[in-house]
Design a protein around this ligand. Structure first.
Ligand code: ATP
Length: 219
């Protein structure tokens, strides 16, 4: 596996989403090639990334010349112009880009992108909305990785009522169908903690469960 610093990322479409993806990747030390058909959008990112081009990415020749097709991962961030998004994805796939990630404007757009073999379809507004709602439902929410439709891995601050109790005493698995996968304690990470492990103040728990059960727990 290549290290992030050795990877080349392409970002096509520099609206709000694409701009922040390109900027954050570049700030993280990655090489980023960005493009947009709008000159102003390209100007706004030009100083931040390795290379930035004004081009119509539906034009295969322009796409090849930009070098974006040599990237390890290309993010297509075009929501409004669904036709352009589809044309670009097809060309990236045909030109052999290893990993294509694309933003979908709606479920139908997402379905088409999946059928075209996009490796990861992103629904930024839906995903952010769900994340926000979950963080409001679960008091001590830090991070969430969705696993399938219903389940997520959550990182939460241990609730106050847990402090001093062992995992056996808390019995989260039986009472809430929640599994504690790990406990972060300062710099230490206790993976697969035993039932005798006691929760200490400041502990962060990595748990697997549903939002519904976790919000029940936070009450
Ligand atoms: P956001 O919500 O992230 O701001 P959006 O989905 O509303 O984005 P869009 O209008 O879909 O934004 O387009 C994103 C960007 O993609 C725009 O800056 C637009 O100029 C660019 N874009 C659209 N079509 C092409 C194309 N064929 N080639 C290159 N860039 C394109």
């Amino acid at each position: 596996m290549k290290r992030v610093k050795d990877k080349i990322f392409g970002v096509i479409g520099l609206g709000r989403f694409g701009h922040h993806v390109a900027k954050t990747l570049a700030q993280g030390g990655a090489e980023v090639i960005a493009c947009d058909s709008d000159e102003e959008k390209v100007r706004q990112i030009a100083d931040l990334v390795s290379m930035a081009f004004v081009l119509d990415a539906t034009d295969e020749k322009a796409l090849k010349e930009s070098g974006i097709v040599n990237a390890d991962t290309v993010v297509v961030s075009i929501g409004e112009n669904i036709e352009a998004s589809i044309l670009i994805v097809v060309q990236l796939k045909e030109l052999g880009v290893k990993e294509v990630i694309a933003k979908a404007a709606n479920p139908m757009h997402g379905k088409i992108l999946e059928r075209l073999g996009v490796d990861r379809v992103i629904y930024p507004e839906r995903d952010m909305a769900i994340r926000l709602a979950h963080s409001l439902l679960i008091g001590e929410f830090i991070e969430e990785i969705p696993i399938g439709e219903k389940y997520s891995i959550f990182e939460i601050k241990a609730f106050e009522f847990m402090q001093g109790k062992s995992l056996k005493e808390l019995d989260l698995r039986k009472r809430f169908e929640i599994s504690v996968l790990a406990i972060k304690r300062g710099e230490a990470m206790l993976v697969n903690p035993s039932g005798d492990e006691r929760i200490l103040p400041g502990d962060i728990l990595v748990v697997l469960g549903t939002t519904a059960k976790l919000s029940e727990l936070s009450k």
